[in-house]
Ligand binder design. Structure first.
Ligand code: TYD
Ligand code: MG
Length: 457
């Protein structure tokens, strides 16, 4: 038994301190310190005995390093492969985070089922549900075995035994917070347990080339108890976004050693599990109130994927002293800035109005290209005049009221054409572009853009 030392660890970010603190100096969380027993650091010169990293490494000349990419394994779920950057990289470790009940187990069971048929045996270890419960879910999803093994287990040591017995090509651990090893003295679910368990699984994944999926629960306020501190360990981090009450689910890559980040997959939760949505623009525009004021369609880009989303604004007279400003799905500071630009450069008197801005469908749009859309939606609600139905807008708005060029205009404009839009307002600096079937109107100022929009309407 190795010696242990007592530390206090922040359960939100993993920061360690030798004494208890009321507020974490690292992440700012209050009352998050818990006493834990960390293993004593190994004496200098001696490695940790339980660390088995596979074969010892050998320095190699740069020019001899083989860069031929290992073939990716398609999971069979198009949207999942897309977030991973084009399929699963064998031997990689993927962390999938999200709120409880958002669909992590569902997605991974679907993936495990398909991988079991194409990739080799898959071991699905659940620390939360019995094999029977997992199978009951599987029946609804149409999972039919064939290379898929289930185990209910929370002990890391026994998972390692199961891996020895089954020799799987892929391992799913649902969830990493339920797993523990008695080797580490701190309580199951505590941040040091989670980290140690994940590290041991990483050694397993890298040492034996087992593709590993870790499921991690994330707390409601977005602070990630545990999973956040694992981000640097794993190769790829995916997070579920979206509202549990809505049907669609968004899976976003926030870190990917093998592909683009901010790549995103869209799913719909049905009674038969998560179904990929290959055309998210249609989904996000499905309930657009065409012809009503305060609604603008913007062409945004998520990773490499263009998407049309609806930005809604509601401007109404303030009933109490200070006007309220609220932004859902767009950055609140940026929205305030746009309101100031609308006041000063366009002359909209918003001073005595409440302004609410939201992105329909619960999507987060965090790129400046949405500026023009937000401003247009606010102006439309303020003037109580609808924007033309078949027009989409994009462009960054500067403090002088100028419309600035943005990245990848052709991709966005093409998506608009595909979705049946006839006209697109975009920064003049992004022209010329060639998009068949779409009238492209360059604008260089916010004022000019609004004139164009309301002239047509
Ligand atoms: P689950 O995958 O258990 O969530 P997590 O593992 O992230 O906690 O998903 C649970 C929710 O999904 C639950 O509220 C029911 C819903 N669901 C469906 O709507 N259809 C389905 O086919 C399945 C399996 C679950
Ligand atoms: Mg689950």
């Amino acid at each position: 038994m190795s010696k242990t030392r007592t530390v206090f660890a922040c359960q939100a970010c993993g920061f360690e301190s030798s004494k208890w603190l009321g507020r974490c100096p690292d992440c700012g969380e209050w009352n998050s310190f818990v006493e834990e027993h960390a293993p004593a650091p190994a004496p200098a010169g001696k490695g940790r005995p339980d660390v088995a990293m596979g074969n010892a490494s050998q320095p190699r000349p740069y020019e001899d390093v083989d860069v031929a990419e290992a073939a990716r394994v398609p999971s069979g779920i198009g949207e999942f492969d897309r977030v991973l950057g084009g399929g699963i990289v064998p031997g990689s470790m993927v962390l999938i985070g999200g709120e409880p009940g958002i669909g992590k187990s569902t997605l991974l069971l679907q993936v495990a089922h398909l991988l079991g048929r194409t990739h080799g045996a898959v071991l699905y270890v659940s620390g939360e549900e019995s094999e029977r419960q997992v199978k009951l879910r599987g029946e609804r999803l149409g999972v039919a075995g064939g290379g898929l093994f289930l185990a209910t287990e929370t002990s890391l040591e026994r998972i390692l035994e199961h891996v020895d017995a089954v020799r799987p090509a892929a391992l799913v651990v649902d969830s990493v917070q339920t797993m523990y090893s008695p080797k580490f003295a701190s309580a199951p679910g505590s941040i040091s347990q989670v980290r140690e368990v994940a590290t041991q699984l990483l050694f397993l994944a890298k040492g034996r080339g087992i593709t590993t999926f870790l499921i991690g629960h994330v707390t409601k306020d977005g602070s990630l108890a545990g999973p956040k501190s694992l981000e640097h360990i794993v190769d790829t981090v995916l997070y579920f976004e979206g509202e549990k009450r809505q049907h669609h689910r968004i899976v976003r890559a926030v870190k990917n050693r093998f592909g683009a980040v901010s790549e995103l997959g869209v799913f719909e939760m049905t009674e038969k599990g998560l179904v990929p949505v290959p055309n998210p623009s249609a989904l996000f525009l499905a309930e657009r109130p065409v012809g009503s004021p305060g609604s603008a369609v913007v062409a945004t880009l998520e990773g490499t994927r263009p998407m049309l989303v609806e930005v809604q604004a509601l401007v109404s007279p303030t009933s109490f002293g200070t006007p309220r400003r609220m932004a859902l799905g767009v950055d609140a500071n940026r929205t305030n800035l746009l309101l100031a630009v609308l006041e000063k450069r366009v002359g909209l008197e918003l001073m005595s109005d409440d302004v609410f801005v939201s992105v329909a469908g619960g999507l987060e749009v965090n790129e400046p290209a949405a500026d023009l859309g937000v401003a247009a939606a606010v102006a439309s609600s303020f003037r109580n005049r609808a924007l033309p139905a078949h027009t989409t807008v994009f462009g960054e708005v500067g403090l002088a009221g100028e419309v600035r060029a943005i990245g990848q205009p052709a991709l966005r404009a093409r998506e608009a054409a595909v979705m049946g839009f006839k006209r697109c307002l975009l920064p003049t600096r992004n022209l010329p572009l060639d998009v068949p079937g779409l009238e492209l109107i360059g604008v260089s100022s916010l004022e000019g853009a609004l004139e164009r929009l309301f002239d047509e309407g």
